[in-house]
Design a protein around this ligand. Structure first.
Ligand code: HEC
Ligand code: HEC
Length: 198
């Protein structure tokens, strides 16, 4: 009897996860793709690419939209409503779905800008107290757990987010506020160009 109950509970759990997985795929293809593109390959830089994103980061962002913690104007306008009905199980499954999609390449046609950005990305700017981006986002901007993938993201989206951290519009990210505090607009552009083009 005990064994039967355990098996039933396991089956229910498994079908719950399978259901969330199915939900996530239906949502991704039917709803999220309208802005983020099929398989998370969005076209407009207003909408970040989700393909290949670190699943732990995606989970944290969807929870932050749902909890109204990530509150820059585009987050409020587009994502608060989207995330409001998502359960934790569906959020996890959506994050896994997007992590499994192949990232794209972002071409940045400005070698001088990319070279300037490479220095900031790899070494930081010690004189301004800026740490190396690579120390958290990884040598190829592939990200790691809560540190997002930046490689293959729209450069313009990355620039907008860096300004959002600096101005406090995206205020739920104290680590990034500390990182960008002293960066000039040109330095922001260069770092974003290098990271996006990895
Ligand atoms: C109507 C357009 C729209 C739809 C539909 C939409 N999103 Fe978004 N999403 C956005 C915008 C715009 C942003 C960027 C917000 C910002 O600039 O802060 C965003 C940001 C995100 C982010 C943060 C990405 C990052 O790199 O930080 C995630 C994750 C996300 N959306 C997931 C989803 C999922 C999952 C769905 C479907 C359930 C979805 N979105 C549906 C417009 C949309
Ligand atoms: C100490 C670790 C750390 C360092 C160093 C760091 N970052 Fe980040 N970065 C983070 C974390 C954590 C987040 C997620 C913020 C959040 O909680 O929303 C993030 C988010 C970002 C985002 C937003 C991505 C998105 O999809 O919305 C950009 C852009 C970014 N970082 C660029 C940079 C650049 C450029 C540098 C170097 C100048 C840098 N980061 C250095 C930890 C770091």
């Amino acid at each position: 009897m005990k064994k039967l109950i355990a098996i039933t509970a396991l089956t229910l759990l498994a079908s719950g996860a399978a259901l969330a997985q199915q939900d996530a795929k239906t949502l991704a293809n039917g709803i999220c793709s309208a802005c983020h593109g099929p398989e998370g390959h969005s076209v407009s830089p207003v909408f970040p690419r989700l393909a290949g994103q670190q699943p732990a980061y995606t989970v944290l962002q969807l929870q932050a939209f749902r909890g109204h913690l990530r509150g820059d104007p585009n987050a409020q306008a587009y994502m608060w409503g989207m995330a409001s009905q998502l359960s934790d199980a569906t959020i996890n499954a959506l994050a896994d779905y997007y992590a499994a999609q192949k990232p794209v390449h972002e071409a940045v046609d400005d070698p001088a800008l990319v070279a300037e950005g490479e220095k900031i990305y790899k070494n930081g700017i010690p004189a301004q107290g800026v740490p190396a981006c690579a120390s958290c986002h990884g040598p190829n901007a592939e990200g790691q757990a809560a540190f997002p993938r930046l490689a293959g993201q729209h450069m313009e989206y990355l620039v907008a987010q860096l300004h959002g951290f600096q101005s406090g519009l995206r205020s739920n990210a104290p680590i990034m506020l500390a990182v960008v505090r002293t960066l000039s607009p040109d330095q922001i552009k260069a770092a974003a160009a290098y990271a996006a083009s990895r």
